[in-house]
Ligand binder design. Sequence first.
Ligand code: 6YU
Length: 500
Amino acid sequence: MSVHTKVVIIGCGISGIAAAQRLIKAGFHHVRILEATARSGGRVKTGRLGDSIVEIGANWIHGPSEENPVFCLARQYGLLDPEALTAENQAMDIGGHPPWVSNVFSSSGRKLDAVDLYPALEMFSELLHDCSEFHSQGGEPWASVGDFIRSEVNQRAAEKWKDIDANTRSLLLCVISSMLKVECCVNGTHSLDEVGLGAFGLYKTLPGLDCTFPGGYEGLIKNLMSELPSGLVTYNRPVRCVHWNNSEKSESPVMIECDDGENITADHVIVTVPLGYLKKHHSTLFHPPLPLHKLHSVQRLGFGTNNKIFVEFDSPWWDADCEVIYLVWEDEDAIVDQVPDVQRSWIKKLFGFTVLKPTERYGHLLCGWIAGHESEYMETLSEQEVTHAVTQLIRRFTGNPTITPRRILRSQWFHDPWTCGSYSYPGKGCSVQDLENMMEPLPAKGSQSQPLQVLFAGEATHSCYYSTVHGAVLSGWREADRLISHYSSVGPSVPAKSKL
Ligand code: 6YU
């Protein structure tokens, strides 16, 4: 079956690797991956800060349990800590939000008691839950998650917090602003005003307490790559244009034009480039251009920036059991998730830090999180400027003018020319139809031309696990299966003229 069929995969991130692995196992002999950069893995990228292994891209296995292919692969390759493998860990169903032990500091240099902030945290989690319900209710009272939260917080606060004194109430509203910034990072968006309310609930969580890879997420990539035939990937080979419906000019329906001038013919191409890249380059990447309904979905879906700033210290300034540090700005009781002047106050968007555990493995290492245009601006600054801003921030919030980071390392996903941001989210006006349109192959159904010329995989094409590594893996397998079942139904393919 399909021994002569030529399949080219664009992008050697985990979705491209997953597609190749499945096709090769099914007996496709002529599979090739073209990758723009010098490495495999894409947004799965592990780095080092001093002696510590740090994740520049994906961090956790979200929902490590039987249904999660990333968990199953990682377990198979022996890449996880024993706790992650326990039945209790897999059964823990917390809806995507681990109950982390927190330390909270305010902009006037006070350490706040997390128990006092509970009313705000409880209200925020209720609001998020309510946001995810609109998807099944078939109507949205507001266009965006941000609009809904703002209107509801004011109403609910007036009702529920009427007996709380004005100062405390103002502080609780400031805590909600911090939570909005956390949620900007989770969604990979500039502002929750850009996240569609009706589509927010499309995202599904899996059971299992999120876990990490002690030896780095890239271990998964290395293991997967070791099972592929050598020479399958051509690195440093950016694709400039996919010419489809090309059969009048050649026997192959698809011709892939590379940046270096090489033209490669194929029967099928699986495009796995990130949505950020697609948004920026769709007009030159496809000839003929994408059909309008597909283009509109590319535009409606969101793709934003979430960056990390790793900061290492000689000694901790947080509690031994602390897992996350939240920073609360006391002038933000107006429910805000954007700063008024990005250049002057971009650092206000950093919601705080997660603590890398265990200490024996990482030392005193924090990971700061910052989303949006403020994060994109941070990328343009020098490492010294970022270090200075982070140092001033921590000194202000702790009231300790002597705290000095040993070193920092930050990600710069927006300025990565092959990614153009971090991950996708459903933008305003989005529905599940947009994700369906994203994964629809070309030519569209009903066309007389040869089917399945261009297929689409990658995290932004998964209908409920978008923005995750497991969504990316499943999307790669889905498109491989589409080709496998096509050839199972049509029988042996016509030999192509030249071999890949
Ligand atoms: C996850 C996590 N995680 C943090 C950060 C980032 C991401 N994700 P790839 O981009 O990998 O591959 C495409 C390749 O194409 C690439 O190699 C390019 O070089 C190449 N290419 C591009 N153009 C080309 C051309 N022209 N020619 C040839 N090649 C070209 N996911 O599961 N856990 O903790 C995080 C996180 C900072 C940046 C993440 C996480 C996202 C994943 O990294 C990502 O989905 C996959 O790696 C993508 O793989 P791929 O193959 O599709 O593309 C309610 C609700 C909320 C909804 N969201 C909640 C979930 C939150 C997601 N969480 C993320 C959090 C973190 C911290």
